[in-house]
Design a protein around this ligand. Structure first.
Ligand code: SF4
Length: 335
């Protein structure tokens, strides 16, 4: 089937299974540290880290301020993520508990392959687990993720299912896979009852083997989304785009994506890129829930006061929040 016909079919399947809406999904990252640092496409692999120095981990107040913004602006939280080994188990449980107290939500966790005991500890605050599979082509996977084998993630999926947690995977298109790998992708979704898929495109990083590679084309990313949509009508499909690819969003939504991620929405809030995303949703006849362009009139002080934390901690969150909001307002006014 030609791409155009596949997309027409995928659009129809989407409309039969979901409301004609979309939204921005924010992945909340808690660190720039990773113990592995050898995935061939990853920025972290280019970083020299002095192990004697403290790990580059964000403060709880900064993460909670971001979470508050997500909730108030109508952004879904895609997942909580960070480099492997950035947090100890106890510290991460405490963070999740605070995030849950602030938002009342449970979260998708994308923090490596978790064992049974760890899953049990995080389960009260977790909606599901995300396996950063990146490519289902096993030969390619060995090459691009030499220290991040797939099998532990598959084990995690089995344990997560026993605990009643949902399962999701991330895939980066453009690493060297092809449409022929769709069958392996389909098998993984069926075998592990995956309910959500993040279909990103390669963002070539300086200093990696992909530095001079081209990102996947709009047609190719749309093909994967449309093929996934028509094969799995109820699958939650998220398309990842960077700011250089906002003009492809309407095609990716037509192909059956539910939501949009990877756009740096805090830094680029209110910019022309953000406006284009909302326009693209309209072009695809989807209502864009929430906003990435206009700060709503919110009494942020009252929001901070209402948080279920001690006053000194609330002040720290407010301090971070003010910094984020001030940048967002500046962008908005500039544009
Ligand atoms: S595990 Fe994640 S953060 Fe670490 S090198 Fe691989 S892709 Fe990068």
């Amino acid at each position: 089937m030609k791409n155009d016909e596949l997309i027409v079919q995928a659009k129809k399947v989407y409309a039969e299974n979901f409301p004609l809406e979309t939204c921005f999904e924010r992945a909340i990252f808690f660190s720039w540290h990773c113990d592995i640092r050898d995935c061939a496409y990853c920025f972290m692999s280019t970083q020299k880290v002095d192990d004697a120095k403290p790990k580059a981990v964000r403060s709880a107040e900064s993460l909670l301020a971001e979470l508050l913004i997500c909730g108030k602006l109508g952004w879904d939280v895609g997942f909580i993520s960070g480099g492997i080994g950035a947090f100890g188990k106890g510290a991460f449980t405490d963070l999740l508990k605070k995030m849950h107290e602030l938002s009342g939500e449970k979260f998708w966790l994308n923090i490596g392959a978790l064992d049974k005991e760890t899953l049990k500890e995080y389960a009260p605050y977790a909606k599901g687990v995300v396996g950063s599979i990146e490519t289902v082509n096993s030969k390619l996977h060995n090459k691009v993720c030499p220290s991040k084998p797939i099998e532990p993630y598959l084990e995690m999926f089995k344990e997560a299912e026993k605990l009643g947690l949902e399962r999701a995977i991330t895939i980066i298109l453009g690493l060297g896979e092809s449409e022929e790998d769709f069958d392996a992708f389909k098998e993984m979704i069926n075998t592990y009852k995956i309910s959500k898929v993040h279909l990103y495109g390669l963002n070539p990083q300086k200093g990696t083997i992909f530095e001079t590679s081209k990102p996947p084309t709009e047609e190719y990313q749309a093909w994967w989304i449309a093929k996934a949509r028509t094969t799995f009508p109820k699958l939650d499909i998220q398309c990842g785009i960077w700011e250089d690819r906002v003009d492809r969003i309407s095609t990716l939504l037509d192909a059956g994506a539910n939501s949009i991620s990877k756009f740096p929405a805090l830094k680029r809030f209110g910019t022309d890129f953000a406006k284009e995303i909302e326009k693209q949703a309209e072009k695809a006849q989807r209502k864009f829930n929430g906003t990435i362009t206009i700060l709503p009139g919110i009494d942020w002080d009252a929001e901070i006061n209402n948080l279920p934390f001690e006053d000194t901690f609330k002040l720290k969150i407010k301090d971070k929040l003010d910094k984020y909001l001030s940048r967002m307002k500046k962008n908005q006014n500039k544009e």
